[in-house]
Design a protein. Structure first.
Length: 258
């Protein structure tokens, strides 16, 4: 869940939170509420409209924003038609940025499924995401018609020439991408992976301050996705930053991070 705001300084009472959000967007908050004998967890991120628009554009190198918002997204509420239009325009741009940065990592002939599975895999690899490989296939299978529609809408306006060809297993696309461009794209994704892991660590440390019970949430999510369980020693719970430092290496050794 993302909350898109006009300006960070108007969204917070504290200038510290606004500055942190501006410095390393987004700020992530977490709530945990007992409901009918179980815990209901909710996580939401705060992002400004300006950062959403920048992050969806080719000017934003890392895939954190355009990689997320290229996926199926529902606008639950907008303050008015102008806001809704800007959000939808940013979502469309995220798709264009995503596809444009994935095609050079594909073979000459590819399907819609090839495109999105490869792109999602590349995007997830830029973070310490606790996801199994089959998660990418599940994401595509959850809305295959959507991915086909947005791909068909995006390809004609990309700077990369792409044509439709008929394959034995259905429709395929053929992209003419130079060897130099493929090499540059491969290098860019390697840099994104290194950059993304560093940014993820910084966001985890920041989240230790913006979350109440955030450490428990992070460990619960890792367990849900990978089956890796790590208990937080009682003496570390009052010190989430120290706990993250101690537990991160254990989690990495047990395969929770890639």
């Amino acid at each position: 869940l993302y909350v898109i705001v006009g300006r960070y300084r108007d969204a917070y009472r504290s200038s510290v939170w606004a500055s942190l959000n501006q410095l390393l967007p987004p700020n992530v908050f977490y709530q945990e509420i007992p409901f009918e004998g179980r815990e209901v967890r909710a996580k939401y991120a705060v992002l400004s409209m300006a950062d959403l628009e920048r992050g969806a554009s080719p000017a934003w190198f890392h895939s954190y924003i355009w990689g997320r918002f290229a996926q199926p997204t529902v606008l639950l509420y907008a303050a008015g038609p102008v806001v809704a239009e800007r959000v939808c325009a940013a979502l469309s741009q995220a798709v264009l940025t995503f596809i444009g940065r994935v095609i050079p990592r594909l073979p000459t002939d590819f399907s819609v499924e090839d495109l999105w599975l490869r792109g999602l895999t590349l995007s997830y690899r830029t973070e310490f995401r606790a996801e199994r490989p089959e998660k990418m296939a599940a994401l595509f299978r959850s809305a295959p018609d959507h991915y086909v529609r947005v791909t068909d809408a995006a390809l004609p306006v990309l700077p990369i020439p792409v044509e439709i060809v008929e394959g034995g297993d259905g429709r395929l696309y053929r992209a003419r991408v130079s060897a130099a461009r493929r090499l540059a794209c491969r290098l860019a994704w390697k840099i994104r992976s290194l950059q993304g892991k560093a940014l993820t660590v910084l966001r985890l440390f920041k989240g230790a301050f913006t979350f109440t019970g955030g450490l428990d949430y992070i460990l619960w999510k890792i367990e849900r996705h990978t089956g890796v369980t790590v208990e937080v020693p009682a003496r570390l719970k009052p010190h989430p930053i120290l706990a993250l430092c101690v537990l991160s290496w254990r989690l990495y050794r047990r395969g929770a991070f890639r």
